[in-house]
Design a protein around this ligand. Sequence first.
Ligand code: GLC
Ligand code: CA
Length: 535
Amino acid sequence: MPEQSKDWWRTAVIYQIYPRSFADSNGDGIGDLPGITARLDHLVELGVDALWLSPFYPSPQADAGYDVSDYRDVDPLFGRLDDADKLLAAARERGLRVIVDLVPNHTSSEHPWFKQALAAGPGSPERARYIFRTHKPNNWESTFGGPAWTQVPDGEWYLHLFDAGQPDLNWDHPEVRAEFRDILRFWLDRGVDGFRVDVAHGLIKQADLADWHYPVEPLTGPATEGIRPPMWDQDAVHDVYRDWRRVLEEYPGERVLVAEAWVSPAERLAAYVRPDEMHQAFNFEYLEAAWTAAAQHEVITRSLAANGTVGAPTTWVLSNHDVLRHASRLGLPIGTMRPRGIGVGDPQPDLVLGLRRARAATLLMLALPGSAYLYQGEELGLPEHTTMPDEERQDPMFRRTNGEQKGRDGCRVPIPWQSDAPSYGFGPTNASWLPQPANWAGYALDRQRGVPGSTYEMYRAALRLRAQQGLGPGSLTWAEGPEGVLAFRNGDVYVLTNFGETPASLPAGARPLISSEELHADGTVPTDVTVWAVV
Ligand code: GLC
Ligand code: CA
């Protein structure tokens, strides 16, 4: 490994690919690995350092692949194992690193282990790999709605914090631990640069499986008041990551672990990125922070401080396949609790305002020191699909809540590449596993490429400048600003976001490098605009 690649992850910009919805090579309406390989140059042109692939493993697709039935292969929907190898090689040729998804909290109910557990019956060693009980031991609810326990024909109950098709593994079992060490090695041997660890805060449950009387939503729960949910963020989970870190360190280069852990407060999240554990943890408190100068100031300060105590970078993120796309989220009234999906008949986001704020938010995020994740399509300013007909919805969350939560399909719609092609260039046919809105031509890549002021060109320019100015490895110093304005310095760059109602002035002599919208003629910064300048 070349010297400069050491610690690459501390400052990397990583692009999340949701394989089903990125590019479809064979026209069946489902994105696939050959489709991704054929489009890798897009990521090079955009200027990211790495990509993270959501699951592509064999799966009954009860939760879009987060229900894995074989951890060492590729689902025929997405291609073959050989296509994964080709993708890895093509990425390596282009200097792009690749992170794959690892789903250790649960398997699919079609995984051989679970099938064996059902066949072997109560009290068997096969059942000990999962969490079976003779009686339903508590009142826990599934994250997707409905009970977290399902009864099997012989009368026993098994735990699933998500869908019934996703039985939770028993991480106190040595075979479970050994199996996942081996799965890590399988993909490390194939050359992956790391793993995004799904539900990293869920593997260990409190031994007494105590009842829980608060919402299952980890970040909105009472965790901040010190009341700890018995199903999330147990101290013993850290042993698992110390163990995995040792496995990764046997491999050349810097292979990384990134935690998907909906844990608060920031100090508890920082525990996942102590020097002998994981490398990164998504900062979801940041993702959820309100669009006000005060809220952003607080969450940024707190995250940097918490991670600073353990010597870890902060991992910023605004969108992913589980949350409302930020171009829509920021078009809802400020302070709205993030809805889990939006449908016809729900209050609709203001798309113009949402995109304006999303561009400002992205420019603010990309100026922060640390690493950042982008979600496919955000570089196009893509909004959530907020009017998808209910009968098209596939997220188990929709079904398990009887439609009360619309679910996450709206952020998972196949992305538009070409304005005048079938499926907007997603694939060679019109097929698309989720319907694309009729007005997406204007967001297509071909309409934005080379167009000054387009969201795509703003992302490209920002990523280039971020690298040139060394913002990732930099450090943040807050600057004084009027009320409603957030301002800081990172190295030579002065960054200002105007959350206020009146135009904000840059310091005397400041020379703007980039802004999320045009500045006023007198050089002041309009509302909901971020600017980077050299002073
Ligand atoms: C994570 C994934 C989400 C999935 C869940 C269960 O939160 O990001 O998409 O539904 O875990 O695996
Ligand atoms: Ca396909």
